[in-house]
Design a protein. Structure first.
Length: 367
């Protein structure tokens, strides 16, 4: 009999959700994490009492009552509502596109007035849109496209919108109500005390090794556990034998400012092409902070290279075919379980990560 029931590779939300339930079932878990911190991209750094989202802004939102009850059983959540604004060359617009946006852009007051303008502008695109620019105009009209979509999207992708395929944007939510709540979910908020409180509760009772590369010493760790739950990149698990999967990445620049309130909101998107970053996060506003100082983070899109954080999978045919090759190989392994956004090569919101972990728990553990 091996020392552990499960060796969990990666200390993110998927691994943590499974670890919590496995431990409650009396299973022994060893957690191996490459970084020196728990929590994956949820990890928060304490700076002057402000919980800085080190790997980008995370706002928890869900319509799944089971998921919401689960996270609230571990930590209390505040009432934070995601209401970002867009800054276009100094002009401020509410997001997502709603009556506040339209009133600021055109001076209209009623939904009927706004809808008339948008419908007239949408009609400029005849037939099937040939690229992302035409697709966006066909959905929301030229004014919104030019001020709030074009520059932001071109910074994200590093290409002109006319050179991007139309399928990148399938829909753009347009609300004919005065509602700045970005999400439509029933529940949302931020853990009081930051995400580290949630993560520590999830991994309580586990043995943990930080700063360890599992793939560099696979045999040693496999020998310690009856099963391995792997949440890292699947191509690196197999030493890139079929080739490397591609990702989009992000770069962050944070600074501590000697002021109480820099931008008055947690998230500001910069939608002109000339501003090099896509958005600025002011972290204290996630938790209604009243600290004397503030921390802001500028977020830049980045082409992913080896050694950079893999944030978003590139869901094109080449990468999906490559992933399937690795997946077929992995499915033939005994005692190997895959889970989470990296191992599954999917983009997941946090609640969907937990839902996916619940499915595994129901299959793997006696609940």
């Amino acid at each position: 009999m091996k020392k552990y029931d499960y060796v969990l590779v990666g200390a993110g939300l998927f691994s943590g959700t499974f670890a919590y339930h496995a431990t409650k079932q009396g299973k022994k878990c060893l957690v191996i994490e490459k970084r020196n911190t728990l929590g994956g991209n949820l990890y928060c750094e304490d700076v002057e009492g402000i919980h800085v989202h080190k790997y980008g802004a995370h706002i928890f939102h869900t319509s799944n009552r089971r998921v919401w009850n689960f996270v609230n059983s571990l930590v209390e959540f505040n009432r934070y509502t995601n209401s970002p604004i867009a800054n276009y060359k100094g002009e401020i617009y509410n997001m997502p596109f709603n009556m506040n946006t339209f009133s600021r852009m055109w001076g209209v007051a009623t939904p009927e007035e706004a809808k008339k303008i948008i419908d007239e502008q949408r009609a400029a695109i005849k037939g099937e849109p040939k690229n992302l620019e035409e697709q966006a105009i066909s959905l929301v009209g030229e004014d919104i496209y030019k001020k709030l979509i074009k520059g932001y999207t071109e910074k994200q992708w590093g290409r002109d919108c006319k050179d991007l395929p139309s399928f990148i944007i399938k829909r753009l939510p347009v609300r004919y109500t005065y509602d700045n709540n970005y999400f439509n979910d029933l529940y949302q908020g931020i853990p009081i005390g930051g995400y580290n409180v949630l993560i520590e509760a999830l991994f309580e009772g586990c043995d943990i090794e930080l700063g360890v590369d599992y793939n560099a010493d696979k045999e040693k760790y496999n020998a310690l556990g009856e099963k391995v739950l792997y949440t890292g990149t699947l191509d690196s698990f197999y030493d890139f034998c079929y080739g490397k999967l591609e990702y989009r990445s992000l770069k962050f620049e944070s600074e501590l400012l000697d002021e109480q309130n820099h931008q008055g909101v947690a998230v500001v998107n910069y939608t002109d092409r000339e501003t090099p970053y896509t958005r600025v996060i002011e972290h204290k506003h996630f938790e209604y902070g009243t600290q004397e100082k503030t921390v802001i983070t500028k977020e830049y899109p980045a082409n992913w290279e080896e050694g950079m954080e893999p944030y978003y999978p590139i869901n094109d045919e080449r990468n999906q075919n490559l992933y399937q090759q690795y997946r077929v190989k992995a499915d033939q392994e005994e005692n190997l379980i895959l889970g989470g956004r990296l191992a599954e090569y999917k983009y997941y919101d946090m609640d969907k990560v937990i839902e996916s972990a619940f499915q595994l728990i129901e299959k793997e553990l006696i609940v």
